[in-house]
Design a protein around this ligand. Structure first.
Ligand SMILES: Cc1ncc(COP(=O)(O)O)c(C=O)c1O
Length: 392
């Protein structure tokens, strides 16, 4: 059986050996120098000013939405657009934090929201924010989406948990909005077992995220920032200052173990992205040309395609169901990400009305006729050819 995820880490043995040595020698394993070092390195790799490291991609999404609420950049009850085809914990924080999620359909050929599908929604709704998902290492036209958001006064942020390393028009995905989130869960581009991050160029968003990540207090801020916030709130007793809680937060902190893993894995990232891109092109060349069986996937507008799975959207449900049977016991497959969010029980229960139109959306078609298999950097040629044979 060719699994969706082949290993916990790239260069697993080396990484585990280095981790064991690190743990034996470490004085402290709660958030500290390794996490800080990772934040600095990751913001450099992503070409952003700041990175706030948290314990999962879902936590990154929650922290970002809470930080924007704390800062008054969005308000409870506001409408927020999101990609209808995404992962549950992209949209869940919107519902949990009292926002009104508005689904936006995706294009069939890029699997992503485009300026066209966004325009449709903007013609009917005033959106305070767009939380765009860059799905499976692809995107449509984030430059045009950025323009539309500017013109309509919509705050634009990205969930880039599936697209670390993809480049569009010379710019990394995750760098088109005011902030973006990442996941370092096993099987994603790089793994810290569990882990995530928010990156931004905004000092204000970074500071708020550091408080949201840890109880709403100021302990993980720089001394300069601590002084500023303590002055503002007239906290001048060192007895109370360590236990003053300035805004709404959680405990979403990472450990030094995740920090160390992040620093170890980050050095392999170019190699991981390169291998996955080569694999993807090989699969695409053979599988996507079966145009009578599958809808085409467009990626020639991307400078770098960085994905961890290969999506296949079948022309009919019958073709998809036959593939599910054919793959059984040979290659592990699954639905496309979390599918159409509006078809999920949690969305039906917690989001209000107007969803019947979604039965004819592209997101629904992809939900019902799509599947994906893993694109691991450790796939062998033999394994790739086995997969191709099943799909062609
Ligand atoms: C688009 C998207 N957002 C958020 C997440 C959540 O990341 P994590 O599993 O690290 O919580 C995922 C997970 O796969 C995802 O695909």
């Amino acid at each position: 059986m060719i699994p969706l995820i082949k290993s916990t880490f790239y260069r697993e043995r080396q990484t585990k050996q280095a981790l064991a040595k690190f743990i034996l020698g470490a004085d402290k394993l709660s958030i500290g120098a390794q996490c800080k070092k990772f934040e600095q390195k990751f913001s450099g790799v992503q070409k952003r000013k700041h990175c706030v490291f948290v314990n999962s991609g879902s936590s990154a999404n929650l922290a970002l939405v809470q930080a924007l609420l704390n800062l008054g950049r969005i308000k409870k009850g506001d409408s927020v657009g999101f990609s209808a085809l995404t992962w549950s914990t992209n949209v869940m924080p919107l519902l949990e934090l009292g926002l009104h999620p508005v689904p936006i359909d995706v294009e069939l050929d890029t699997l992503n929201v485009s300026s066209r599908t966004l325009t449709n929604v903007l013609s009917k709704h005033k959106l305070s924010m767009l939380f765009l998902t860059n799905l499976l290492g692809f995107c449509d036209d984030p430059d045009e989406i950025q323009k539309l958001c500017r013109e309509s006064g919509t705050l634009f942020v990205e969930d880039n948990c599936e697209s670390l390393g993809t480049v569009y028009k010379g710019r990394l995905l995750g760098n088109w909005g005011a902030a973006s989130t990442f996941s370092f869960y096993v099987g994603h581009h790089m793994s810290t077992v569990e882990g995530g991050a928010v990156v931004t160029d905004s000092d204000t968003i970074e500071t708020m995220l550091q408080m949201v990540r840890a109880h709403g207090w100021d302990r993980n801020l720089t001394e300069e920032k601590q002084l500023k916030i303590r002055l503002k709130h007239r906290v001048n007793s060192s007895f109370y200052s360590r236990y003053t809680f300035y805004d709404l937060g959680y405990n979403l902190r990472t450990t030094e173990i995740q920090g160390f893993l992040g620093n170890t894995q980050l050095q392999y990232l170019p190699e991981i992205v390169g291998k996955r891109e080569r694999n993807f092109f090989y699969f695409a060349k053979h599988i996507y040309r079966q145009s009578d069986r599958y809808y085409p996937v467009r990626f020639d507008h991307l400078d770098v395609v960085s994905n961890f799975a290969v999506p296949v959207i079948c022309r009919t449900k019958t073709i998809r169901d036959e593939l599910v049977k054919k793959c059984d016991g040979i290659v592990e497959i699954r639905p496309i990400v979390g599918g159409d969010m509006t078809a999920q029980p949690f969305f039906k229960k917690h989001a209000d009305g107007g969803l019947d139109s979604w039965k004819s959306s592209n997101a629904r078609l992809i939900h019902e006729q799509g599947l994906y298999f893993g694109n691991n950097p450790e796939l062998t040629k033999k394994e790739m050819d086995t997969i191709i044979k099943l799909f062609t």
